[in-house]
Write a protein that binds this ligand. Sequence first.
Ligand code: SF4
Ligand code: SF4
Length: 177
Amino acid sequence: MAEKKKKTVKTIKIDLDKCNGCKACEMICSAFHAAPKYSSNNPARSRIRMIREPIRDIYVPVYAGENAKAECVGRDKYVIGEKEYDECVFCRASCPSRDLFKEPDSGLPLKCDMCEGEEEPLCVKWCITDALTYEERKEEVEEETKMDDVGTGLKSLIDKYGLEKIADTIARMSKKG
Ligand code: SF4
Ligand code: SF4
């Protein structure tokens, strides 16, 4: 049986009414994750994307979550107040049905890491309208092995090309090495 442990759960609360669509969150996230850090910014590499439909007055910041191998069969529509949000708009997954949350050059999935190493997520810090609020709480959870960015990327390559091909490529690269 899995052991129960107290864990700090980090969350970012999103207030849709306060988001003005400025995209500062996308800019700082992509700059923080650039290599080297802050050497460039490209919203396509951001782990938060602001879904924007100015004509319908819709601004929805969405965080990159887990990678999904297949797209969903069923889709939902959301009606909140007077606004109708299209299917998928709140979904955090990087999935085959859209380009969102994929690294533009490699196509590898992107995932929010809560700005690991920083005291507070940078998108929260840079959001001047306070649409984003950082919260921490303690929760009892079953202990799990969490995959880091390298693990997530490798798993996605294995899903795409198969273990054998990836193992061959790594073996060839290490010989050249
Ligand atoms: S918490 Fe950090 S990694 Fe996550 S979306 Fe915000 S800036 Fe990007
Ligand atoms: S920085 Fe804040 S107001 Fe600007 S797009 Fe992001 S969430 Fe919205």
